[in-house]
Design a protein around this ligand. Structure first.
Ligand code: IMP
Length: 198
């Protein structure tokens, strides 16, 4: 069977592997902008995950002509008015490490009683006939301190406690986190939709 090509708006080899693994059984080959010789870094100027996800998928479709998809994700804390949200990767200013960003969030939240938080991921897909998006979310609680051991995970995982596991995301292997994650949920909805595409 000839594989159909899907362009993925990302520079991450790690994410590419994950996406290729998920999409291969459906007959798709996933390619990155750099595989197509394209320099790709559109500015993410929207205020929603959906908006920023579409900036990337639409631009990649325009540049390559291949059906294109993108993901955009982050963490939102209602007690901080939804911060950091779409600014998750840039929270606290440029030049901070992941750890410093997480500590900045802890400092902003202080002793707040309401410590709920959720990760969101929006996967968007664009081709000649379609522009669709799918959202996944996982709910948890912001801890009072940073997990200095942090065996697993990245970003805000060392301060994100997930009640059904009774652990932080930094304390569970990637394979376990991937069974419940925001990205997994968004991808499931996308794959379900894609499998019905003629
Ligand atoms: P992006 O969707 O790869 O641009 O992710 C945006 C930012 O959200 C990342 O830099 C992280 O700070 C945060 N983030 C998204 N997903 C996760 C996750 O699963 N764990 C920890 N941090 C995440």
């Amino acid at each position: 069977m000839t594989k159909r090509t899907l362009a993925f708006a990302s520079g991450s080899l790690h994410k590419w592997k994950e996406m290729q693994m998920l999409l291969s059984p459906y007959g798709y080959e996933v390619v990155l902008p750099k595989d197509l010789g394209i320099t790709f870094s559109p500015e993410e100027t929207e205020k929603t995950f959906t908006g920023n996800s579409f900036i990337k998928s639409k631009e990649l479709y325009r540049l390559t002509g291949f059906p294109a998809f993108a993901d955009d994700s982050g963490i939102s804390v209602p007690a901080l008015g939804g911060e950091p949200g779409v600014y998750s990767a840039r929270y606290g200013g440029p030049g901070l490490t992941d750890k410093e960003r997480a500590e900045f969030l802890l400092q902003k939240l202080g002793e707040s009683v309401n410590r709920e938080a959720y990760y969101s991921c929006v996967v968007s897909y664009v081709d000649a006939d379609n522009a669709v998006s799918f959202e996944g979310r996982v709910d948890g609680v912001i801890c009072k301190d940073y997990d200095v051991e942090s065996k697993y995970g990245f970003g805000y995982d060392p301060i994100f406690y997930f009640p059904p596991f009774g652990k932080r995301f930094s304390q569970v292997p990637e394979s376990e986190k991937n069974t419940v994650s925001h990205r997994k949920k968004a991808m499931e909805l996308f794959l379900d939709w894609l499998s019905n595409l003629k």
